[in-house]
Design a protein around this ligand. Structure first.
Ligand SMILES: Cc1ncc(COP(=O)(O)O)c(C=O)c1O
Length: 406
């Protein structure tokens, strides 16, 4: 008997992503990569962090910075977040906030807290790959969250019952989603809240990219809309998860959850069992840097990323052959391409790496049902404008050749 044979059943749901395997090839220096959905490291506020870490390690502060801490998170950071959430229409208290090790940890906790095997999680087709990875371990059934259609809540509920569970939550990134870059409009958010009310399920609002808006009018967070309906966060079913990864630094692994107190109390217990608390010194440094420059830094990120977004949209318009369509994100890091039916993003990537040396993420991995083969995700966050022009030009040539060949 091998140890693999005695792994729990949930281990069978944990698959290495085929994409990660392909993306290992990206270390080659001659590849133009639009694959990684990560912040541009040249924009990290490194000096501010150097200063913050050095202050945290002075004799009067080092005992706190290097010591164990409370599971809820560093109180001054939670106080900063109360003010921050207030500015985006979410009145709450520090008791409504849990600091997590990145928002990825929060996604794992939501799976652990809500999903018994066979329960249904509603997710977009496509959705954030890391959310599927986090929920998979809890053996859910996925159903397609379609906000803009007339599919009735009763239909979702019946489908969930037929597969042996109930609808526990709808998960979505309402602003500049990974992978599509799309935003759910105000009416769509209200409709989702209505549907969640009927299904009596939670709404998980993943706000990882929310601060990175480049144009268009901001749409209130789903949690803000629900508080406006109900008068208090304590009556809400929406759970908001935020992250400093896309604004200050992903390496420090600091994110947060905003939810009614009973949910936070339960998440605190999960956190105690998982890792006691997020890194003390990292939370202190994030707090110091956020307090000093969050707004000005985000403004700088927005102006740089906006230029790259514009460059990508311009280049796509010039270089893509007929039949290829793409989203026009108002923020975030991604543009989502749909190829004519019959084209395969993964095969295209293999061909692209061999010939024109352009990398992107094939779309299929973002679909819980394995569909979406004819789509792909492009990220503009780490690419200079000339690189975007060159990359889209090469991709256009490759797609034209593919169309001629097929
Ligand atoms: C939509 C979305 N949610 C959550 C995360 C996880 O981010 P982190 O754990 O760094 O906060 C990511 C990372 O790419 C993401 O794209």
């Amino acid at each position: 008997m091998t140890l693999e044979q005695i792994f729990a059943t949930r281990a069978a749901r944990l698959k290495a992503s085929e994409i990660r395997e392909l993306l290992k090839l990206l270390d080659q220096p001659d590849i133009l990569s639009f694959a990684g959905g990560i912040p541009d490291p040249s924009l990290f506020p490194a000096e501010a962090f150097a200063q913050a870490f050095s202050e945290a390690l002075t004799p009067s502060r080092q005992a706190q910075a290097l010591q164990y801490s409370v599971s809820e998170g560093y109180l001054p950071l939670r106080r900063w977040l109360v003010v921050h959430m207030g500015t985006i229409g979410v009145p709450c208290t520090t008791d409504n906030i849990l600091i997590t090790s990145g928002s990825q940890q929060a996604l794992d906790y939501f799976g652990k807290l809500f999903l018994s095997p066979g329960d249904t999680a509603l997710v977009g087709w496509p959705t954030y790959l890391g959310a599927l990875a986090a929920f998979n371990a809890y053996e859910p059934v996925y159903d397609r969250l379609t906000i803009g259609t007339n599919r009735a809540p009763a239909d979702y509920m019946a489908a969930a019952k037929a597969t042996g569970g109930r609808v526990k939550f709808a998960y979505l990134s309402a602003d500049f989603a990974n992978p599509t870059g799309e935003t759910v409009d105000h009416a769509g958010r209200e409709r989702l809240l209505d549907q969640a009310e009927t299904m009596d399920c939670a709404v998980i609002e993943d706000a990882a990219y929310q601060a990175l808006r480049y144009d268009g009018a901001p749409v209130p967070p789903i949690l803000a809309l629900e508080i406006a309906r109900k008068g208090t966060i304590e009556a809400c079913r929406t759970i908001y998860c935020g992250s400093f990864s896309k604004t200050l630094s992903p390496g420090l692994r600091v994110g947060w959850v905003v939810a009614p107190q009973p949910v936070i109390r339960q998440l605190v217990l999960l956190k105690q069992a998982a890792d006691l608390h997020s890194s003390s010194i990292n939370q202190i440094a994030i707090h110091t840097v956020a307090e000093r420059l969050f707004d000005s830094h985000v403004a700088e990120l927005r102006s740089v990323y906006q230029r790259r977004r514009d460059a990508m949209l311009d280049a796509l318009a010039r270089h893509m052959p007929d039949g290829v369509t793409w989203t026009r994100p108002e923020g975030g890091m991604f543009v989502w391409l749909t190829l004519p039916e019959g084209h395969d993003g993964a095969a295209l990537l293999a061909r692209s790496l061999e010939t024109v040396k352009v990398a992107f993420v094939p779309g299929r991995a973002f679909f819980a049902d394995g569909s979406g083969a004819n789509s792909l995700r492009l990220s503009f966050s780490c690419a200079s404008e000339p690189m975007i022009e060159e990359g889209m030009k090469r991709l256009g040539v490759l797609l034209r050749e593919g169309q001629l060949a097929s």
